[in-house]
Design a protein around this ligand. Structure first.
Ligand code: GTP
Ligand code: MG
Length: 203
């Protein structure tokens, strides 16, 4: 799949106000600053479609992008950023979970993980929550340009091993870099394949 058209649809603070769920939808989530907005820009060949920042906590709403007029990409707020007031953090977490549970068009969630950081409890908990809710997800390791190929492989292998202590089946894994575009083709191919499958909850 090649993305030829990407347009910002809007930012939303309530699931009920999001656009009609009439297209296959792919959501990007993960810790603050992990590179969600940068990954969306990289996939769309755009510099600043989704707003990025070196300061964590940039994305605070649910942002919709319509891709090639036939799928949605959704940039979700990051979690685990301690400098956001607790009240706002709780509100954002509730909003995100509500969105993930209710959106009937949701085809897959990409959970982004910084390839340089130790495995985070918050990410593991989030995976467990999605599995319990029956929400399909994949893991996307980001910022691969910061490590050598050998280091990348080693990191992912160790990450998988740790997950295997608790999980029988592992989700699909992608290694990406918004900087050098690594993983772009694989991820786009996967998105295209999934977007051809009928939507969740539709009969
Ligand atoms: P929030 O919206 O705050 O949750 O952050 P986010 O997950 O959307 O992260 P964002 O895309 O804004 O990127 C955060 C920082 O990481 C920025 O300074 C980016 O330039 C940097 N960054 C993102 N992806 C990559 C990457 O693949 N490689 C490198 N080297 N830096 C990256
Ligand atoms: Mg962001």
């Amino acid at each position: 799949m090649k993305i030829t058209e990407a347009e910002f649809t809007g930012s939303f603070t309530e699931t009920g106000k999001c656009p009609p769920a009439d297209l296959p939808e792919f959501a990007f989530i993960g810790r603050s600053n992990v590179g969600k907005s940068s990954l969306i820009n990289m996939l769309c060949n755009r510099k600043s479609l989704a707003r990025t920042s070196a300061t964590p906590g940039k994305t605070l709403q649910i942002n919709f992008f319509r891709i090639n007029r036939n799928i949605f990409f959704v940039d979700l707020p990051g979690y685990g950023y301690s400098r956001i007031p607790k009240k706002d953090r709780l509100r954002i977490a509730a909003l995100t979970k509500d969105y993930l549970k209710k959106r009937t068009g949701l085809t897959n969630v990409f959970l982004l993980i910084d390839i340089r950081l130790p495995q985070l409890e918050s990410d593991r908990k989030f995976m467990e929550w999605m599995a319990a809710e029956g929400i399909p997800f994949s893991l996307v390791f980001t910022k691969a340009d910061k490590l050598s190929r050998t280091q990348q492989k080693k990191y992912v292998e160790e990450y998988r091993k740790k997950l295997q202590e608790r999980w029988e089946e592992l989700p699909p894994v992608f290694i990406t870099s918004a900087k050098n575009k690594a993983g772009k083709e694989d991820l786009l191919r996967y998105i295209e394949e999934l977007s051809l499958i009928p939507k969740r909850n539709s009969s």
